[in-house]
Design a protein around this ligand. Structure first.
Ligand code: C2E
Ligand code: CA
Ligand code: CA
Ligand code: CA
Length: 278
């Protein structure tokens, strides 16, 4: 029994060790990737359905890995968060997104009123110098803080509430727009909508999924979110719109904005520029 027990422990240990080694490897590679400019930003348009144009776009990071090709953020953002690498990585994203918008403003007429949103992870929001990092990226690019939206999840609002509240107020004073990402998935109290200066709610795509079919209950939930947001003077952006039927249901609700594969996938900068030029 002792033998078997030890055997099992070894198998368990091996599995854990293998995972730890794999993680460490990704972490080391990611550190190098930052220096070697292997990261790149894609931009997914957010459409203004009423004006019939692109209102803003969300910066989404990709890793152009020398052997594995284009790697999606789900494969490395969690590791970046655990290791703390998300702090320099996130600063890089902010800087590059701001520079890209500034370039479009100079070269593409339709980018005059274009805005950009950037995802901030919980770890970034609790950095003491996050407000400076944001301010510097905007200033260096010569942009107006109003041009930039910061996407944070509800999860961020629950963690370390005092520091977060202070940071969000300072960001608001700076003039950037605060956006709640994946709205509805955080199991948090809605009272934060009164407490924090939130300007936009992005409705998580899990609620958009069944919005066009009667049985799912999604339509009732999204209707309630849209009404509440409207009463609070907060904009709403439904995410993950994949079908015409979903888009129609959102139009019927009076939604002004939408984002999703039906309208546009995340695009490399050249393709977004081509979309802007029409
Ligand atoms: P997110 O912020 O919720 O971003 C939306 C994700 O949904 C993107 O995946 C986008 O490609 C995908 N998506 C957009 N429209 C549709 C649709 O119609 N259907 C479906 N099925 N998916 C759609 P992506 O680019 O793989 O990013 C995944 C997550 O990685 C993001 O989720 C965000 O949490 C994180 N992420 C990406 N870039 C950054 C970054 O620069 N910093 C941080 N902290 N996180 C990032
Ligand atoms: Ca987002
Ligand atoms: Ca989202
Ligand atoms: Ca997400």
């Amino acid at each position: 029994a002792k033998e078997a027990g030890r055997g099992r422990y070894e198998v368990f240990d091996e599995g854990m060790r293998a995972r730890a080694v794999a993680r460490l490897q990704v972490e080391n590679e990611l550190r190098r990737a930052l220096d070697r400019e292997e990261l790149q930003l894609f931009f997914q348009p957010i459409h203004d359905l009423q004006a019939g144009r692109i209102a803003s776009c969300e910066a989404l990071v990709r890793w152009n890995h020398p052997e594995r090709g284009l790697v999606g953020p789900d494969q490395f953002i969690p590791i970046a968060e655990e290791s703390g690498l998300i702090v320099p990585l996130g600063a890089w994203v902010l800087q590059r997104a701001c520079r890209q918008l500034a370039r479009w403003r100079r070269s593409v007429e339709a980018a005059d009123s274009l805005r950009i949103t950037v995802n901030l992870s919980a770890r970034q929001v609790t950095q003491p110098d996050i407000v400076d990092t944001v301010a510097e990226a905007i200033e260096e690019a010569g942009l107006d803080p109003q041009d930039i939206g910061l996407e944070i999840t509800e999860h961020v609002l629950i963690e370390d509430a005092q520091t977060t509240a202070d940071t969000l107020r300072r960001l608001q004073r700076l003039g950037v727009r605060l956006v709640i990402d994946d709205f509805g998935t955080g199991y948090s109290s809605l009272s934060y909508l009164k407490r924090y200066p939130i300007e936009v709610l992005k409705i998580d795509r899990s609620f958009i999924d069944g919005i066009a079919d009667d049985e799912s209950g999604d339509l009732a939930i999204v209707t309630a979110i849209v009404r509440m947001a409207s009463a609070l003077g907060v904009d709403v952006i439904p995410e993950g719109v994949e079908t015409e039927a979903q888009l129609q249901a959102l139009r019927d609700l009076g939604c002004q904005y939408a984002q999703g594969f039906l309208l546009d996938r995340p695009l490399p900068p050249e393709e977004l520029e081509a979309r802007l030029r029409g």
